[in-house]
Design a protein around this ligand. Structure first.
Ligand code: FES
Length: 111
């Protein structure tokens, strides 16, 4: 496991999410970081239904309220707080959570 610095904390506003790509080739991993009302959280950007990335357009992950991730392929919805799927074809499954911390004003994840 290695810590990877993604961006500064002020680059993700409240109620917004941003996508990142870590590594290359077989080690490539797509990640999404969201700022909920009280915390920053990171997940693997892969829908549990068919393992596709959640977004169609860059950084367009959330519903209008910023409370749910919406998979653009078949519309599954996941709580931003814990990645749990509340509706759609993978209801009851969850996004894979990634360890995240903040150091010197920067967001880091451990993968
Ligand atoms: S791939 Fe996400 S809902 Fe089908």
């Amino acid at each position: 496991m290695t810590w990877h610095t993604l961006c500064r904390t002020d680059e993700i506003a409240a109620g917004c999410a941003r996508g990142f790509v870590i590594g290359e080739g077989k080690g490539r991993l797509e990640v999404v970081v969201v700022r909920t009302k009280d915390a920053l959280r990171a997940y693997v950007n892969s829908c549990p239904h068919q393992s596709t990335p959640l977004e169609t357009f860059p950084d367009k992950f959330l519903n209008e309220e910023g409370t749910l991730f919406v998979c653009s392929t078949h519309g599954a919805r996941f709580r931003v707080e814990d990645g749990y799927c509340v509706s759609g074809p993978c209801e009851g499954k969850s996004l894979v959570s990634i360890a995240l911390d903040v150091m010197d004003g920067s967001i880091r994840i451990q993968v």
